[in-house]
Design a binder for this molecule. Structure first.
Ligand code: ACM
Length: 766
C-alpha cells in the first residue's frame, strides 16, 4: 500500500515537473464550450517558452492552415517546422484511424502538445479547444503561460453547425463580418449562412445588374421604433450598403481559412421587393415601387415569368462564381400570393402547367430554380414553405416555423437543417428585464436554446439521418450595429454550438452555465459585447393553494445567493436568502437579486402582486394553450401578476393559436363579485391579435351557468387591450369565461392567411 502511494506521488511529481508555482498542485480545470465528448484530466501544465514551436508531422496544406491559425494567436509560438516530436513542441498530425471527419485527439503533456485529426478541420477544432485552455491561463498571475495537461477525444454530433446573419435589414461592415466569423470559429461552427437579399436591401454586387447596387442596395428611410408602434414613424435618412464581389470573395476565403463554408442566400420568390424596385419588370404589376422602408412581409414578389427566371439565373451564375459552397440558399419563405392570384399571366401559367393553385406555382418556381442550380453541380436549401405545393426533388429544407416542416421533409427522404423559431431565433428577447434593448418579440432565454434537441423524436433512426444539424438565426430588423448583433448572438450562440457539437448524453444546463461563466470572460477579452444573463433572476409564479401563490426563483448556482424583499426595499446582501419557493398571500412587490458574497450580480427582478378574489384559486381551460406560450400552467391566469406590457410580454401570458380561450374558475365558495376584467396582448406585427368577443357566465354549483351575451372587444392601437365586464351584485362560486379568437390574419398584414394568436393574462375577479 505504502509502495503504491509512493509510486503515485512519484508519478504526480513526474507529470507535474514543469510546475512553476505551488498553485499548480491544484487540479486543473477545463471549461470548454462546446463540451468535448471525452476529457481525461491530468496534473501539470504545458508551459510556453521562448522555444515553443509547431511541428507538422504530416505535410499538408490545410493542416498548415490550422497550424498557422494557432501561431497567429500566440506570439509565444515562434516557428512552424516539419517534425514528428520534440520538446516544447505542438505537433500536428493527420491520423486516418480517427473516425469522424471533423474529430480530433488533443493531448497536452508538460513538454509536448499533440494534435491528431482525421482532417485539417479536426486539427482546427483541436486548436480552438487548446486556445480556450490557454485563454483561461492568461488571466492568472503565474507570469508564465501554462496550459493545463489533459487528453481530449472529441468529434461533432452533427455535420451542419450554423449561424445565420441577415445583412438585408441592416448592413454590417466587412470587418465585423470577419470578427463574426472568428467568433463562429471559436465555437466550432462550420457554416455561415449569409442572408444577402431582402425587401429592405440587396447587399451583394451583381455586375450584370448595376441597378441592384444603385437602387436595390438603398432605401429612402427606415422605420423608427417597433413595427407595432402606431402610427409608423420614419427617420428620413437614406440607408445604403452592399458588398463588392471582391469583398464577398475575401469573406469566403477568410471563412474557409477557418474551416467555415459561407452559404449565400438569395431570396425568391418573396422578400424580393428591393430587386423589384430596381427592375419593376421582375414583379407582376410592372409598377415602380421603392425598396421597403419598414419590416414585414410584402406583396410585391417576383413574377414567375421568363424575364424573372433569366434575371435570377444570371444573378445565381455570379453568386456561384463567388461562393464555392455546395449549397445555395434560395429562400422560399413568406411569399404572399395576392399578386399571383390577380395576375392573368400567373393564372394562365397555373393552367398551362397543370398546377393546383398558387402554392403549386411557388413549387414550380422553386423547382425550376433547383434544376438550374443542380445543373451547375450545386444543391438548394429553402425555408420550410418550399414544402407547400410539393418539394423540389433534391432540396434541403430549413425548418423554421416549427419542427413539422423538418419532420415532414425527413420522412420524405430530404435532408433537413433545424432552426425552429422557438429555440433558434436569436432575434427574440433573451430576458424579461425591462432594460432589454428593443427586439422583434418572442422570448428565448439561454436555457431554452440549450435545452433544444435538434433531432425530432417523431423520426425513425433512418429518417433521423436526414437531420444534418441546426442553426441559430439572426434577423436584424432591430439590430442596427455590430454591438447589438453580438449582444443578441452571445451567449445564445454558445448554446447552439453545444447542442450541435456535443453529445446528447451528459447534456446538463447547470454544467453548461458553469463553463459559460469562464467562457463569457474569454469572449469579453476578445472584445465581444456579450449579454451575460446567467445571474439574472428568473421568476416563476407557481400554482396557488386557494389563499396565496408560491414564487420560484432561479438561478441555482454554486456560490450565488438569491436575496429578496417584499417590503419595498432594494435587496441587499443582508436581505432574506432564498432557499425554497416564496409564499405570497397579500398584494405587494417582490424584488430579488443574485449576490456573489456581498456583490450584487446580474439583473434584479421585480414582480408586482395584486391579489384579487380569484388569485391562487382553481382554474380549468377549455383549450390548451400552445406549448411554447403556456406560462407556468393555467394558474398563471389567476396568480395576481399581470402579463407585462414590456418588450416581449414575459412568461405570464398564455398564447393560443387557432383556438378560442375558455376557462372556468372555482372560487372555492360562493361569494359576491362585482366585475371580471382581463387583458389581451395586441402585437399585430407578431401575429398576435385581440379577440372578437368575450362572454362571462356565473354559477353556484358549477353545472348551471347564467350566461350573459357576448360583448365585442374593441380593437385599438394600445399594446394591451383591457376588457372589464361589470356584474351587479352577483353571488357565485364558478365563473366561466369564453373569448372568441380573431381568426385569419387579413391580407396585407404580417402573417396574412395564418390564424392570429390570442394572448391572455390576467383574469381579475373583484
Ligand atoms: C423566416 O424567418 N422568415 C425564415
Amino acid at each position: 500500500m505504502k509502495q503504491a502511494l509512493l509510486l503515485l506521488i512519484l508519478a504526480l511529481f513526474f507529470f507535474s515537473c514543469q510546475q512553476s508555482d505551488p498553485a499548480d498542485a491544484i487540479p486543473n480545470e477545463y471549461k470548454i464550450i462546446p463540451r468535448p465528448i471525452d476529457l481525461t484530466p491530468k496534473m501539470g501544465k504545458f508551459i510556453f517558452t521562448e522555444n515553443t514551436k509547431i511541428l507538422l508531422a504530416s505535410p499538408d496544406e490545410e493542416l498548415q492552415l490550422a497550424a498557422e491559425y494557432l501561431k497567429a494567436l500566440f506570439v509565444e509560438i515562434n516557428t512552424i517546422e516539419e517534425g514528428t516530436a520534440g520538446k516544447d513542441a505542438i505537433v500536428f498530425e493527420l491520423d486516418a484511424s480517427i473516425e469522424n471527419e471533423e474529430g480530433y485527439v488533443l493531448n497536452i503533456d508538460p513538454y509536448e502538445v499533440s494534435i491528431k485529426a482525421k482532417t485539417a478541420a479536426g486539427a482546427f477544432y483541436a486548436v480552438q479547444t487548446f486556445r480556450q485552455l490557454v485563454q483561461d491561463q492568461e488571466e492568472s498571475d503565474l507570469g508564465l503561460m501554462g496550459v493545463p495537461c489533459v487528453e481530449i477525444k472529441d468529434a461533432p454530433r452533427y455535420q451542419y453547425r450554423g449561424i445565420h446573419l441577415d445583412v438585408g435589414r441592416h448592413f454590417f461592415p466587412i470587418d465585423f463580418i470577419k470578427k463574426f466569423i472568428d467568433l463562429l470559429a471559436v465555437h466550432k461552427f462550420n457554416r455561415f449562412h449569409w442572408h444577402l437579399t431582402e425587401d429592405q436591401g440587396w447587399r451583394l454586387e451583381i455586375k450584370k445588374y448595376p441597378k441592384l447596387q444603385e437602387v436595390a442596395a438603398c432605401r429612402d428611410e427606415t422605420l423608427i421604433g417597433h413595427y407595432n408602434d402606431q402610427p409608423h414613424q420614419f427617420d428620413g435618412k437614406k440607408y445604403c450598403g452592399f458588398y463588392t464581389q471582391d469583398e464577398a470573395r475575401e469573406i469566403v476565403k477568410y471563412a474557409a481559412d477557418r474551416f467555415i463554408t459561407v452559404i449565400p442566400e438569395i431570396e425568391m420568390p418573396g422578400h424580393g421587393q428591393a430587386a423589384i424596385a430596381a427592375y419593376p419588370e421582375l414583379g407582376c404589376t410592372g409598377k415602380q415601387i421603392g425598396t421597403a422602408t419598414k419590416w414585414g412581409v410584402f406583396e410585391d414578389v417576383y413574377c414567375p415569368n421568363e424575364a424573372t427566371f433569366e434575371f435570377l439565373e444570371n444573378v445565381l451564375l455570379e453568386v456561384m462564381d463567388i461562393f464555392p459552397s455546395k449549397y445555395i440558399h434560395i429562400g422560399g419563405d413568406e411569399c404572399p400570393k395576392a399578386q399571383w392570384e390577380k395576375s392573368s399571366f400567373c393564372q394562365d401559367l397555373i393552367r398551362k402547367e397543370g398546377l393546383e393553385d398558387e402554392h403549386g406555382l411557388q413549387s414550380y418556381f422553386i423547382g425550376r430554380m433547383e434544376k438550374f442550380i443542380n445543373s451547375h453541380g450545386r444543391s438548394i436549401i429553402g425555408w420550410d414553405e418550399i414544402l407547400e405545393g410539393g418539394l423540389a426533388p433534391n432540396a434541403t429544407v430549413m425548418s423554421w416555423r416549427g419542427t413539422e416542416g423538418g419532420i415532414s421533409a425527413a420522412k420524405q427522404g430530404h435532408d433537413v437543417i433545424m432552426t425552429p423559431t422557438t429555440y433558434c431565433y436569436l432575434d427574440y428577447y433573451q430576458s424579461d428585464s425591462p432594460k432589454e434593448p428593443l427586439a422583434i418579440g418572442g422570448y428565448l432565454p439561454l436555457e431554452k436554446v440549450y435545452n433544444y434537441e435538434p433531432t425530432p423524436a417523431e423520426l425513425t433512426s433512418e429518417e433521423a439521418k436526414h437531420i444534418l444539424g441546426a442553426q441559430g438565426n439572426i434577423w436584424t430588423e432591430y439590430m442596427k450595429t455590430p454591438e447589438q448583433v453580438e449582444y443578441m448572438a452571445f451567449p445564445r450562440a454558445c448554446a447552439i454550438a453545444e447542442i450541435t457539437w456535443s453529445p446528447k448524453e451528459g447534456k446538463d444546463y447547470d454544467d453548461f452555465v458553469d463553463r459559460l461563466s469562464t467562457h463569457v470572460k474569454r469572449l469579453k477579452n476578445m472584445g465581444v459585447n456579450v449579454a451575460n444573463k446567467i445571474y439574472d433572476i428568473k421568476t416563476s409564479v407557481l400554482s396557488g393553494d386557494g389563499k396565496g401563490v408560491r414564487v420560484g426563483l432561479l438561478p441555482k448556482m454554486a456560490g450565488i445567493d438569491i436575496r429578496y424583499t417584499f417590503n419595498g426595499t432594494v435587496p441587499s446582501s443582508e436581505s432574506h436568502s432564498y432557499s425554497d419557493a416564496v409564499y405570497i398571500e397579500e398584494s405587494g412587490v417582490l424584488r430579488a437579486t443574485s449576490f456573489d458574497g456581498e456583490q450584487a450580480v446580474g439583473n434584479s427582478s421585480q414582480l408586482v402582486f395584486n391579489l384579487h378574489k380569484a388569485a391562487g384559486k382553481q382554474i380549468s381551460l377549455t383549450n390548451e394553450p400552445a406549448e411554447k406560450y403556456n406560462g407556468n400552467g393555467p394558474g398563471s391566469l389567476i396568480n395576481g401578476v399581470a402579463g407585462s406590457n414590456g418588450r416581449y410580454g414575459g412568461a405570464e401570458w398564455l398564447g393560443f393559436e387557432g383556438k378560442d380561450f375558455g376557462a372556468v374558475i372555482d372560487l372555492g365558495e360562493v361569494m359576491p363579485i362585482s366585475k371580471v376584467s382581463t387583458r389581451f396582448f395586441n402585437g399585430k406585427g407578431q401575429w398576435i391579435y385581440p379577440p372578437k368577443t368575450i362572454s362571462i357566465g356565473t354559477s353556484t354549483d358549477g353545472e348551471t351557468f347564467s350566461e350573459m351575451e357576448a360583448l365585442e372587444v374593441a380593437d385599438s392601437d394600445k399594446k394591451i387591450i383591457e376588457v372589464e365586464v361589470g356584474l351587479s351584485e352577483t353571488k357565485t362560486r364558478f365563473i366561466k369565461i369564453y373569448v372568441k379568437r380573431f381568426g385569419l390574419i387579413p391580407n396585407g398584414a404580417q402573417g396574412s392567411g395564418h390564424e392570429a394568436w390570442l394572448f391572455v393574462d390576467e383574469v381579475v375577479v373583484e
